[in-house]
Ligand binder design. Sequence first.
Ligand code: C2E
Ligand code: CA
Ligand code: CA
Ligand code: CA
Length: 275
Amino acid sequence: LAEARVEYRVVTHTVPPRTRLDTIQLARELDAAIDREELVLHYQPKVHVRRQEITSAEALVRWRHPTRGLVMPNDFIPVAEECQLIDRMTLWTIRRAIADQRALATRGHDLRLFINIAGQLLADTAFVREACDLVGGSDAKLGFEITETSVIRDPASAIANLQIFADFGITIAIDDYGAGLSSLAYLKQLPARELKIDKLFVTQLTSSNRDPLIVRSTIDLAHALEMEVVAEGVETHAALALLTVMGCDMVQGFLISRPVVFDSLVQYLEDGRHR
Ligand code: C2E
Ligand code: CA
Ligand code: CA
Ligand code: CA
């Protein structure tokens, strides 16, 4: 049976790529879905290791599709990026996160809520202006996660726009670090306060010889640049223990919590468990 499962998985990976028509259809549905409030944010807490408390959470978007069920971001974000819907979707996300952050603060949970920002938006002047309007009009504590590769296309405008966001009090985190090829000199130019180590390195931390060295030197490098380090994809107690010894500042992963709906996040904060 196990073999049959592996076989099946291999087969599903050979399904032909989305056709033009599929993409257009999905884009049309997504366009309508944003207005119909079919999108929903799930939140995954980040735990500060030394303080032993949840200081922030990451918003991860899902699409509650009327017939396809819960659609995961990897299945529609690429279409949103390709079909110029990502700006509108992200503005919706920022609005939702601001409301959720205020609701949490009112209940005494002053977490910073992080939003994933696609690289192309860092070169989109209209998006930057609208995002600043939203953020400037509220005192919500927010953060933006950007991948290290997203700055490469147009570094000058990306860095300038990240600085604008940082000046609005938004914490900038570099996401998926290690997956690309960024150099130290390049990272130094970004107004980033957090470095998130890609889960690829974290999930293999205790089973490979090479990854502990990469993670260790990344933590030291980030600290030298006065950034805090977040390890994503923490799934085991062994990984958590090793990261703690290495001086990792924050951890995030299934060991602590899966991404959950807002009400479950509140529940988790208030009695440390899910309903
Ligand atoms: P990401 O930003 O790297 O998010 C981390 C992904 O890893 C999430 O998948 C999360 O559910 C998953 N994850 C969390 N903890 C663990 C763990 O312990 N083990 C493992 N194996 N996985 C873990 P998800 O929610 O499917 O999101 C996938 C990607 O979609 C995200 O990767 C992000 O790049 C993108 N995404 C999600 N929401 C948004 C959004 O609002 N805007 C944009 N532009 N992209 C988004
Ligand atoms: Ca647009
Ligand atoms: Ca992220
Ligand atoms: Ca990541």
